[in-house]
Design a protein around this ligand. Structure first.
Ligand SMILES: [Zn+2]
Length: 323
């Protein structure tokens, strides 16, 4: 099925009321499979001025600036060296390969093209240190998640203020705060972005690394499985910007910390579902992993994580103001 660009453009406009700056001569065809719409990766490549090569197990798109790897029938992809969990697995048929239109419109395009983002004010940042008070969160190798998240949040607050941002915290002491209270604070104080900080725990003690979540778009499952929800959540209004923010933060943190990359992922965490601004949740590492927990306790490593988050936020901000 071949479709003129104009039809896709109309779809984009109606779905995302954003600025569309498709080149008039770019045709992005789509096909239907598994009850969904998939776009041709070769057309996507052309649209971004990239080369495209379809192998048996993967498709690679590249140019001077970017390299995107899609693994056929797998949800994990790589955008410029950062793992990204797709909503649906791409697949190939002969020399053609396809990615779902949701992954194209809500992940790939906002990450690659700043025009795809909704412009917004970027002054007030809300930081949400996970857990607190009676709620310890995860505990491993003598580190309590609630303490670590607060330490990191305070350091991030100082850094961001130095950069001229106004920063609010959902909590700035060791106190109990429900998820509902957190989102209500955000609703009332209307930050421009919302950053929730957490640390992970796993049964398997060798598991380590950083992962950053944004809200799973409507009709898709979380990266860790579960059911697809067809009910739009408040946070789904910001899908494109949240994806770009999550990507920039994950990339920033990986660059600084050299931690293992667990990827940009989707979830339906409460604070993301009920977000009133572009929102992400970062899991900075595993307390259940001895080496990582030990590192996370040190000031030097905490600074790396914080600088990484800060760089991610600033890169996201730069995209918003780029002409
Ligand atoms: Zn947590």
């Amino acid at each position: 099925m071949k479709l003129k660009f104009i039809i896709i453009a109309i779809t984009m406009l109606s779905l995302f009321n954003g600025i569309t700056t498709f080149a008039a001569d770019s045709d992005i065809r789509f096909t239907k499979a598994y009850g969904k719409r998939y776009v041709y990766l070769r057309d996507v490549a052309k649209y971004y001025n990239m080369q495209c090569y379809v192998w048996k197990e993967k498709t690679v798109l590249w140019n001077r600036w970017h390299r995107l790897t899609f693994y056929h029938n797998k949800r994990n992809a790589e955008f410029d060296g950062v793992k990204v969990s797709l909503m649906f697995a791409p697949f190939n048929r002969g020399i053609q390969a396809y990615v779902s239109d949701k992954d194209f419109l809500l992940m790939l395009d906002p990450i690659l093209r700043h025009y795809a983002l909704n412009r917004h004010r970027m002054k007030l940042i809300m930081i949400d240190p996970g857990h607190g008070g009676k709620d310890i969160g995860g505990y491993g190798n003598r580190v309590k998640e609630k303490d670590l998240t607060l330490q990191l949040a305070k350091k991030l607050q100082t850094r961001l203020r130095r950069r001229g941002y106004m920063v609010l915290m959902t909590r700035s002491s060791n106190r109990t705060l429900s998820l509902k209270q957190r989102t209500e604070l955000s609703k009332r104080l209307t930050p421009d972005i919302f950053i929730s900080i957490h640390a992970n725990i796993a049964g398997n003690k060798s598991v380590k690394g950083v992962e950053t979540f944004c809200l799973a778009p409507t009709g898709t499952t979380s990266s860790n499985g579960g059911k697809a929800s067809s009910k739009p959540e408040a946070g789904n209004k910001f899908d494109k910007n949240s994806a770009a923010l999550a990507y920039e933060i994950q990339k920033g943190v990986l660059k600084r910390s050299q931690a293992a990359d667990r990827g940009v992922k989707h979830s339906r965490f409460y604070v993301l579902k009920n977000a009133s601004a572009p929102a992400i949740l970062i899991e900075v590492g595993f307390l259940s992993n001895k080496t990582e927990a030990r590192r996370l306790k040190t000031n030097a490593y905490q600074e790396k994580i914080i600088r990484g988050i800060e760089n991610g936020i600033r890169n996201y901000h730069r995209k918003l103001i780029r002409k």
